[in-house]
Design a protein around this ligand. Structure first.
Ligand code: DAT
Ligand code: MG
Length: 147
């Protein structure tokens, strides 16, 4: 079963959107496998956003993500990587459709509420950066045999 890394960014945490975002993934039917409120170190931020290191916004991006706590999660489910990206909406909230997380709650691109892995390779890499293997719980929902 596929897993993805989802993170509520500092703006989402401070705007009290953790519950709303968790609820969207829960209601969609995905399974929460790990979650923690945490500070992101400079080294972790630079590694996580390594693909953007030559972009003009890299400094701002790392500065923002390390500025205050984030809420990091692992979600599991069929096709969760791609579907989570659709649930998030476009990177720039101004272009994100209403009904998506960024479309409903974001205003500007640098503070776009949520991060989600963009491919199976980045999901594996990002989960490994933020979580130890023992943080990721293995369980079956009893409800799967009830309904
Ligand atoms: P995404 O987060 O949708 O995967 P990305 O990987 O292209 O988008 O960029 C990573 C983050 O960098 C993005 O969520 C917000 C920030 N960012 C992207 N483009 C930016 C820009 N032009 N100015 C400022 N921040 C930007
Ligand atoms: Mg990205």
């Amino acid at each position: 079963m596929e897993q993805t890394f989802i993170m509520v960014k500092p703006d989402g945490v401070q705007r009290n959107l953790i519950g709303e975002i968790v609820q969207r993934f829960e209601k969609k039917g995905y399974t929460l496998k790990a979650a923690k409120l945490m500070d992101v170190s400079n080294a972790l931020a630079e590694e996580h956003y390594g693909e953007h290191k030559d972009k003009p916004f890299f400094g701002e991006l790392v500065g923002f993500i390390t500025s205050a706590p984030v809420f990091a999660m692992v979600w599991e489910g069929e096709n969760v990587i791609k579907t989570a990206r659709s649930m998030m909406g476009s990177t720039n909230p101004a272009e994100a459709q209403p009904g998506t997380i960024r479309g409903d709650y974001g205003v500007e691109v640098a503070k776009n509420v949520i991060h989600g892995s963009d491919s199976p390779e980045s999901a594996e890499r990002e989960i490994g950066l933020f979580f130890n293997e023992s943080d990721i719980l293995s369980y079956k929902k009893d409800i799967n045999s009830w309904v």
